[in-house]
Design a protein around this ligand. Structure first.
Ligand code: HEC
Length: 124
């Protein structure tokens, strides 16, 4: 194959990948994120729980999660790496503030779901 044919083949492949990427429905909070948070986070992040009392972050609703802590947002739609939520569950933060607090980390699949949801715009 000539270089040009290889180039054309790769371009076609790239276009196909981009198209499927755009045609995919974005992950939603209701379908993908709520079950993860309910199983691992909500018990401490509602009024009366230590996570909520210390940080102000309430995680029993989309609105509460998007509002963030008393210091500000923990989800920056479009940027998982810029989102405190992702940084804490992915183990990039100091172990003393890793979430869920004092418990085993989330499975990699859940961490990946959270990252993808944020990067796709953090839809409800
Ligand atoms: C055992 C209780 C507990 C559980 C379970 C828990 N948290 Fe927390 N969380 C806390 C406490 C306490 C704080 C405030 C102190 C701190 O930041 O270490 C906090 C703070 C936070 C903050 C704000 C951190 C900051 O510095 O702005 C985020 C984001 C957070 N938690 C996310 C989560 C997520 C996501 C889960 C589930 C995967 C979770 N938490 C589970 C107790 C908990």
């Amino acid at each position: 194959m000539s270089k040009r044919v290889v180039f054309l083949a790769l371009s076609a492949l790239a276009v196909a990948v981009l198209q499927t990427g755009c045609g995919e429905k974005p992950l939603t909070y209701q379908a993908s994120i709520k079950p993860i948070l309910e199983a691992n986070c909500v018990k401490c992040h509602v009024p009366g729980g230590e996570g909520y009392e210390k940080s102000g972050l309430r995680m029993d609703s989309y609105e509460g999660l998007m509002k963030g802590t008393k210091y500000g947002a923990v989800v920056i739609p479009g940027s998982s790496v810029g989102s405190t939520l992702y940084r804490l569950v992915s183990g990039q933060a100091d172990p003393s503030i890793r979430m869920p607090h004092g418990q085993a980390s989330l499975p990699d699949a859940d961490v990946a779901t959270i990252a993808a949801w944020i990067d796709q715009g953090a839809k409800n």
